[in-house]
Write a protein that binds this ligand. Structure first.
Ligand SMILES: Cc1ncc(COP(=O)(O)O)c(C=O)c1O
Length: 367
């Protein structure tokens, strides 16, 4: 018998023949060179010195499993956002939690409703739960069409996915739009709001989804992260705020018992206390975003209305070609995805030197 042919049989059909894509991979031609990493919506600044100090302070406890319920961090967070402690749970990045939220609500073959233009990882999540997916086209400007989204809910729908601000557009929903989703998602459907870029939205004067969704009668969950505005992507810490302790318990069950690393809680406590540093990151990000938007306009392009740490823009030719050409020049950016947005690129904010390099090289690439 041919071993290679038989090998995939232990893998469920939906997971067969999926090549692994490693977004952090350094290509051969990049090794040892100066690379402007503007493709993963990371924070270009190191974590706060106080975070680094706090992490060093717990390094000698790493022989022990950490308490994943974060008994020191949870009360601080609960008080800050005004929710009961037993409605917060923690994950190895919000990525882990959004997968868990889909797993606890959607059985194989059941329906979920989602915008068409979402962060790429959601495609993988929908595959993992083997859902029947209703993809709802975004509006022409890239914004989420909330009326079409709630209009797509059917009798078999278990989960409605919404993201504000959305990746890859950077656009946020208005207070009215969040209210529409919250009020028009039936009580038997879990309303999930991904708010990974929450701090940036608030910094830009946008709404706080929690303030609107906490009035909702039906079930809901919101995820946020320490990866972006707190400069802690490498720590892998996110949290979910849920409408009930039962939702929290179900998420904990599927997310594994020891799902956090031993640095995460101490790092997050220190980060929350260092408001000045977070403000520095948000202010610097807004400055560079303004420069990128202005620079793109000077080149004759009109970017999407981002409030986040990345900007997407129609550059009038296949985005993938430009991504490849830029990568050859040491600038890592990404595409946007979605059939109607193939001519777009997405660039994450860096330090001023990254902005200079991006605009200089883009001008040459676009001729
Ligand atoms: C919309 C969105 N949600 C979630 C995440 C994942 O963040 P985390 O680092 O918390 O897993 C990202 C990362 O880029 C994102 O863009």
């Amino acid at each position: 018998m041919d071993k290679e042919v038989n090998q995939p049989n232990h893998i469920r059909p939906i997971f067969q023949n999926i090549p692994f894509w490693n977004p952090t991979k350094i290509l051969d031609h990049e090794i040892g060179k100066k690379i402007h990493r503007m493709d993963l919506n990371e924070c270009p600044y190191s974590p706060s010195p106080k975070v680094i100090e706090a992490m060093s302070g717990v390094a000698d406890t790493l022989n022990r499993y950490p308490d994943g319920t974060c008994p020191e961090l949870t009360p601080i967070m609960a008080e800050r956002i005004g929710v009961p402690e037993n409605t917060i749970t923690w994950g190895g990045g919000s990525t882990q939690l959004l997968t868990s939220i889909a797993e606890i609500s959607v059985a194989p073959g059941q329906n979920l409703v989602t915008p068409e233009l979402v962060w790429k990882r959601f495609h993988g999540v929908y595959k993992i739960v083997d859902a029947e997916v209703s993809w709802v086209p975004n509006k022409a400007d890239g914004g989420i069409d909330v009326e079409a989204l709630t209009g797509a809910i059917g009798n078999d729908t278990r989960l409605l996915v919404c993201i504000t601000p959305n990746n890859p557009t950077g656009m946020m929903l208005s207070e009215e739009e969040i209210r529409h989703v919250s009020e028009n998602t039936p009580e038997n459907v879990l309303l999930f709001m991904d708010e990974a870029y929450h701090e940036f939205a608030v910094h830009a004067g946008g709404p706080d989804a929690l303030e609107i969704m906490r009035d909702r009668k039906g079930p809901w969950a919101i995820t946020r992260t320490f990866s972006k505005a707190y400069a802690m992507a490498g720590v892998r810490l996110g949290y979910a705020i849920c409408s009930s302790p039962e939702t929290v318990d179900a998420i904990r069950m599927v997310s594994s018992t020891f799902n956090l690393n031993g640095f995460a809680e101490a790092a997050a406590v220190a980060a929350l206390k260092d408001a000045e540093y977070t403000q520095f990151i948000l202010d610097k990000n807004a400055e560079e975003r303004d420069r990128i938007v202005e620079g793109l306009r000077e080149l004759g392009y009109e970017p999407m209305k981002s409030v986040t740490n990345f900007v997407s823009c129609d550059i009038g030719r296949p985005g993938m070609e430009v991504v490849k050409a830029m990568r050859e020049r040491g600038i890592r950016i990404s595409t946007v995805g979605g059939d109607n947005f193939i001519n777009y690129i997405r660039v994450s904010m860096g330090i001023p030197e990254d902005t200079d390099a991006f605009l200089r090289e883009l001008k040459e690439v676009l001729g």
